[in-house]
Design a protein around this ligand. Structure first.
Ligand code: ATP
Length: 449
């Protein structure tokens, strides 16, 4: 039944909120009253996020007021009244809390919106992520004292957010009342702007400085946003002073983010800074097996290795490919074989075949290091040529089916032992030399779809 109670709340909210926000986030909500709760259907998660961040306490206070205390909480879901219950994708409980100022629309920060599936158990460990995983686990066991802040950086889709949530989930499992706050840096910025607009910056400061564990994702989005950096700087210092844990992620090494203030980047290094690398083949295969088993599917080795070889620079894309294969198998009622996998990923394969020939690897590496393609096959031994050549050899070994002998031929007729030595050398350097590791990741990205 549509709710007249909600209409009362709407009237109030319309008077209190900026018209654009009201029309964008509040008006589209559809309400249904059920016993002691009110369900609010939102068109998408973005709207839910905004409502949670900016209006939840106010809504709950109004609901409680107009129902004389009968309605205790609003349930927020993505979906629509006309389609429920099938469209209930996600339910978020908006718990009524007493508010200090009932006219204040920003009431509290979003707390503990952790993805329950991102745990240490579901995180597959490999050489590429051993250090960040171990550091995260240490932090989860000794928040505030092991490494503070913990700074995890690395390319897109490599498990940074997963690890961060794993720490949050672990801490919450030991202490359910711990105030764990996870948010994307853009959300921090948006909330700060909102607080400034509402003249509520002091409340904003107090709230952020009272959390036990603050997890901020993708801090590269702070770049160039000076006021946000300033607020974050003070929050950061306060939390560190009282030994509350901070974990940050970024898509690159902090000092390499243009537009981040020096005082912030230097502080980020006070704790521990660790990199996640793209997982090696065996780890990619283990991740695939793991994700498949969650769906009760047993992947054959040939399919898992095929997918693992096909997608190498981003675990999210690896998962996406697996999902496509599973969906295709369900849709066509056929088992997951190599043939079906190739069919399901036809477009990806066509694109990939063009990208990962040895010729293209050479061209890409030469462009990246600003040398000539012919240098890669030449006899020149200076480091500026030898390293790119060795890198191109390793990429050829990892990404193509050519044998070491064949690869050697593409590089000026070199011997297979030279290729093997090159692969070992670059693999070793990737572990010790940050620049080398980053160059390799960048090249993988350029060579992937
Ligand atoms: N080692 C791993 N084991 C299991 N799953 C993993 C692993 N690494 C990544 N994933 C999965 O890959 C997906 C992408 O990971 P996540 O979102 O943590 O990446 P990210 O590094 O934070 O990326 P972005 O920079 O885009 O925010 C998630 O579904 C995550 O569970």
């Amino acid at each position: 039944m549509p709710s007249s109670l909600w209409k009362h709340c709407l009237n109030h909210l319309e008077g209190e909120l900026d018209p654009q926000e009201f029309n964008t986030y509040i008006r589209p909500l559809q309400a249904i009253q059920q016993d002691t709760s009110l369900r609010l259907y939102a068109p998408n998660q973005f709207v839910i996020d905004w409502v949670q961040n900016c209006a939840e306490n106010r809504i709950n206070t109004l609901l409680s007021h107009y129902s004389s205390g009968r309605i205790e909480k609003a349930l927020l879901e993505v979906g629509s009244c006309s389609l429920q219950p099938q469209t209930h994708i996600q339910t978020v409980e908006l718990t009524s809390k007493p508010t200090r100022s009932s006219s204040r629309v920003i009431d509290r920060i979003p707390e503990s919106r952790l993805n329950k599936n991102y745990t240490f158990d579901s995180f597959v460990e490999g050489k590429s992520n051993q250090l960040p995983r171990a550091a995260s686990h240490q932090v989860a066991e000794n928040p505030g004292s092991a490494y503070n802040p913990l700074f995890i950086y690395g390319g897109v889709g490599l498990g940074k957010t997963h690890l961060m949530h794993a720490v949050g989930n672990y801490i919450r499992s030991l202490n359910p009342s711990a105030r764990v706050v996870y948010l994307h840096s853009e959300q921090f910025v948006a909330e700060m702007i909102k607080a400034l607009q509402l003249n509520a910056i002091n409340e904003f400061k107090t709230r952020y400085r009272s959390v036990d564990i603050l997890l901020i994702d993708d801090i590269q989005f702070f770049a160039g946003k000076e006021r946000s950096q300033e607020e974050f700087f003070y929050t950061f210092n306060t939390l560190l002073e009282v030994q509350h844990q901070i974990i940050l992620t970024c898509d690159r090494f902090p000092k390499e983010v243009n537009g981040l203030e020096e005082r912030l980047t230097s502080r980020f290094g006070w704790g521990l800074t660790v990199a996640v690398e793209p997982p090696e083949l065996e780890t990619r295969v283990a991740i695939l097996m793991n994700k498949a088993s969650i769906e009760n599917i047993i992947l054959s080795d040939d399919v898992a290795f095929f997918l693992g070889r096909l997608i190498y620079s981003n675990v999210r894309e690896l998962e996406g490919a697996l999902r496509r294969v599973i969906a295709y198998s369900r849709f066509t009622h056929r088992p997951i074989t190599m043939e079906l996998t190739r069919e399901a990923l036809k477009d990806l394969l066509t694109l990939q075949e063009k990208l990962v020939t040895i010729e293209n690897i050479q061209k890409t590496v030469a462009e990246y290091y600003k040398i000539r393609v012919s240098d890669l096959s030449s006899k020149r031994r200076s480091r500026t040529i030898a390293r790119p050549r060795q890198t191109a050899m390793l990429l050829s070994k990892e990404l193509t089916d050519h044998s070491l002998t064949e690869i050697g031929k593409f590089f000026g007729g070199r011997d297979h032992t030279t290729v093997l030595h090159a692969c070992r050398k670059i693999n070793e350097l990737k572990g010790t030399d940050r620049r080398m590791a980053e160059d390799y990741q960048n090249l993988l990205k350029r060579l992937s779809t």
